[in-house]
Design a protein around this ligand. Structure first.
Ligand SMILES: [Zn+2]
Length: 140
């Protein structure tokens, strides 16, 4: 039976995507879970201050904003529609409620989704997380 994922050694080199994404979502290094992932709001540190993992090779790009929009939209829009149907508040009150909530939810979720995306890339050895034996031309 052929192994689908190439490993670079024993159990030490196995990477759990679930724990890596959880660590990233908590703004922590996907490898050690101790070092901070960001130096600013969503500016990634060049390397982990705890384990030295090179974080510069990630390519989260536009995925975190898309994930944030999808999650916030799928939570807030049904809530707004339900409030409209049940209570029919004035439109100014709806703007006063939903705009700050949507802004705060997006603001809070964007770094978490970027961290989770970096964790997923690290767990799958994508881009700059491929390891020292990776083919630099085989960027997927
Ligand atoms: Zn680390």
């Amino acid at each position: 039976m052929t192994q689908a994922v190439q490993t670079f050694g024993g159990d030490r080199d196995r990477r759990s995507w679930a724990s890596a994404m959880a660590r990233g979502a908590a703004h922590k290094c996907p490898e050690c879970g101790r070092g901070k992932l960001f130096s600013g709001y969503v500016k990634t540190k060049p390397q982990c201050e705890s384990c030295g993992l090179d974080l510069s090779g990630h390519r989260a790009d536009d995925a975190p904003p898309y994930i944030t929009i999808i999650i916030v939209g799928h939570v807030m829009i049904p809530l707004a529609l339900a409030v409209k149907q049940l209570f029919d508040p004035p439109i100014t009150l709806q703007f006063a409620i939903w705009l700050p909530l949507i802004t705060l939810a997006s603001w809070a979720l964007l770094p978490a989704s970027k961290g989770a995306m970096i964790g997923l890339q690290w767990a799958n050895r994508m881009h700059g997380f491929a390891g020292p034996d990776a083919d630099p031309e085989a960027d997927v």
